[in-house]
Design a protein around this ligand. Sequence first.
Ligand code: ADP
Length: 392
Amino acid sequence: MTTVRLSDVSKRYGDLTACSDVTLTIEDGEFFVLLGPSGCGKSTTLRMIAGLESVTAGSIYFDDEDVTDEEPAERDVAMVFQNYALYPHKSVYENIAFPLELSRQRVDEAEIEQRVSETAELLQITDQLDKKPKNLSGGQQQRVALGRSIIREPSVFLMDEPLSNLDAKLRIRMRSELKQLHERLGITTIYVTHDQEEAMSLADRIGLLNEGRVQQVGPPREVFERPTNTWVAGFIGNPPMNLLECALDAEGETERSRVPGPGGTREMAGVVRNEAFSYPLDAEAVADVEAANTGSRLLFGVRPMGLTIVEEATDWTIPARVKTVEPTGERTLVTATVGKTEISVETGNEVTDAIKDTTIHLRPEKFYLYDGTGDLLFVSGARADPAVAGGD
Ligand code: ADP
């Protein structure tokens, strides 16, 4: 069992900076996912942890041991790649057993057989054990590669997009198998992917990377519910969070007006607005924005699912013009514009094409305020529209 710690790790290739000051602690037994778009430095980070790539600056520790200059073989890690070269002349059984064969003195034949059989069962390749890799599908080959690293029970698993060559259905099944496997073995796992759904479903915690820098680290729910900057807000969620440029007007028309709400009468201390909408803010939100002192330019963020279409316009609704209505099966996706900004609204199937080219009123159930540099300033509680809820 091993804790992996990166301290200010950077990697440069000539003029290109692949990783910048990456500082992360991956806890003992944790399933940690490095998530970010292609080219953001995920693989480079993983390869530095494996020892396959040197660091330009910074240090890497396994527990308290500085492994920065250690060879891969000294680190007791197992790495699974997207394309893992299997031994073509060996059978599936021999491929999986190979790491144990190497340590013959510790593992006898009966145990090898038992562990290969368990691993094969877990990966659903029991009936493939006698075949050669070339007679397997890509998905099955990747299972064998997984099996080969699983069977070693290393102190750290490093996985670089191991499921990306599998078809969608198999990927989802393998995902849950990987999770069960991790729960059973409890081995510290660092997993690289660009697929947020995969990250969400697998991770204890996610580390989001963009342009070689860590943007946020947290459990899946937290990075979804509380994205610390607009980059994370725009990356996590599908469709991503809507962001409307606006400015704070603390002397706005609803200044100090008292709005009756479900939790009692609340004092509104200002509004955010642009040419297309305005939305009242309570004293807490205004205080948070003013305390940050980062200027009046703001972004009002709301997730597509955090918007409800209501009949009547109120102080608490945002007018939007509907462009398209797309049923997706379970839900309906509405694309609309607020002024010049295009937004997405995810709603139930009661919405039909009839609302196309009309103006609708959207009530945010929860909203975010980001400053002009993209940093999170405020997250509202889930809030009902006082006018709709009927007051005290
Ligand atoms: P990711 O895994 O997130 O897709 P990588 O870590 O593979 O990203 O790459 C990060 C950046 O470093 C990219 O711009 C990539 O082109 C560059 N890079 C990666 N490996 C090398 C290398 N060996 N030589 C030069 N540039 C590299």
